[in-house]
Design a protein around this ligand. Sequence first.
Ligand SMILES: Nc1nc2c(ncn2[C@@H]2O[C@H](COP(=O)(O)OP(=O)(O)OP(=O)(O)O)[C@@H](O)[C@H]2O)c(=O)[nH]1
Ligand SMILES: [Mg+2]
Length: 617
Amino acid sequence: MSRKRSAALVGNPNAGKSALFNALTGARQKIANYPGVTVERKAGRLILPSGEPVELTDLPGSYGLHATSPDEEVTRRVILGELAGEAAPDVLVIVLDASNLEQHLVFAQEVIALGKPTVVALNMVDLAERDGLVLDPQVLAQALGVPVIPTVAVRRRGLTELAAAIAEAESHASDTPHPRAHLDMVERRVEAQAIASAAIISESAKHRLHSRVDRVLLHPFIGPVFLFALLFVVFQAVFSWAAPFADGLEGAVGILTEMVKGHMAPGLLRDFVTDGALAGVGSVVVFLPQIIILFFFILALEASGYMARAAFLMDRLMAGVGLSGRSFIPLLSSFACAVPGIMATRSITDPRDRLTTILIAPLMTCSARLPVYAVIIAAFIPNRPVGPGGMIGMQGLVLFGLYVIGIVGAMLAALALRGTVTKGAASGFIMELPKYQMPRLRDLGLGLFQRAWIFLRRAGTIIFYVTVVLWLLLNFPRAGQGESQVDASIAGRIANGIAVVVEPIGFNRDIALALIPSMAAREVAVSSLATTYAVDSSDEDETAHQLSDQLAKRWSLPTALAFLAWFVFAPQCISTIAVTRRETNGWKWPGFMLAYLFGLAYVFAGITYWGAIALGL
Ligand SMILES: Nc1nc2c(ncn2[C@@H]2O[C@H](COP(=O)(O)OP(=O)(O)OP(=O)(O)O)[C@@H](O)[C@H]2O)c(=O)[nH]1
Ligand SMILES: [Mg+2]
């Protein structure tokens, strides 16, 4: 019995497959309350009641075995054993959403008809019950001819029973499969309706409240206004709530720097620790509170089911620029980071739709841009209340504006791309709306922790390394008498070369110096500036200033605004380029992306700079 046993979770999107996978294997796959979250298969280890391990695979959600999108294709090939060097799974675990039974049974029948050992997890029975729907698993099992286990993945209910059923099905793995009569789509729909209604024990109309909520939130006029207002509040919160925590962190970095200065002998090594490591990495780490607040809102809105409704609202707008609403979820993910966003485009059916979405994804303001925006805003935008009753913070307003410019830029870019390089008609959009749910605190906490960890790990690795290299390039060769260290250094000389190109758009030598290292990651722009100014000011033995003070002292307002405009568009992220290459199978599209985004960045930074000068700012 050395054969490796395997099982796979299959079902419609948003049925709770990944939640079940996490509960059964202890993994941490991303789950969220909208369809199309999982786009790649992922394997984990499930221990059966007998103690034997089974390799369990979590699959992208699918509507049928006739795949129409790249992620559905993955599911089909795994189920049918079409992947090279990989046998088909021994057991198929179909995950059904109990509160959406009729719809989910259409695909389930197709899978059961394959005649392989199959188990059904009747998931989300808690939500069905909340809506007053009680189902009889026995009746369902009889009708489907396979065992049916009621589960609540997120509360770990029914897991033992499910594992036992998988073990039982597994023992029949070597039997020859008995495919059943093939039903076509229409026949399966009719059958699904009959089975679902037979399985209902009682039903009450409790979901009336939710449809009433939807009537408001999805209203063609009130809906978008609400969405806009909500986003506005989020950006206000990012600045105002974070302030005390950010100040605390900044203070802590300052104290640490003073401590190092007190304990180490003056010299290059001490400068390396204070000006290189602490100034650079510290300048990025202080944005942790803002990142956490932003993700708190994103995760809570995802879990509640509102995000999918936002996609629904955006569908019209998306269609207007030649995209389908299916692009919304990938674009939304790109607000965290374009890398998972670009991967999420695998759920887009139309290849040209998909390519367009990949090309505009970097225009969504990713969280790596937040430190760059925030440091400039803190230095140049006064923190005064504006608007009626002084309710609105100026800084939050500017941040909101930067996000909006990114979105509008993306929509215009989509329009232009759809008319030229990715010409074609827009495809339709079907998306089922998930149920409203109260976000669970534990999931929220875990999600925030993961986000915070990713951010800190970047600060401790890529940002640290790049900053260290930059510090070295800034300190050698050493400056002679009366010469500034930055001017004498290798980095300074390289920057003087680049400055020739970027001076026309108002950038100074220090920005030129930050541009190359921040190709590694956008936050590096902040750490580079912090390190440069730390190296520069230690010459004159100034007391250490905060980065925003240095910026306010050294940059003009038009330059600062041009810098912001640049970062709205510039594709300064190697990972994004790499994932674009992978998802489009070649260098053509990432090359195109680099060219058009740098082009836009240059033009918009220039317009901003000269516009600001003309306005006398
Ligand atoms: N109340 C309740 N919520 C659940 C249950 N199972 C999953 N969920 C929630 O349902 C949503 C969807 O779960 P996922 O595991 O992401 O669904 P999926 O089938 O993997 O979806 P795709 O990857 O998009 O195909 C998440 O918000 C989960 O927290 C359940 O049994 N009860
Ligand atoms: Mg999933």
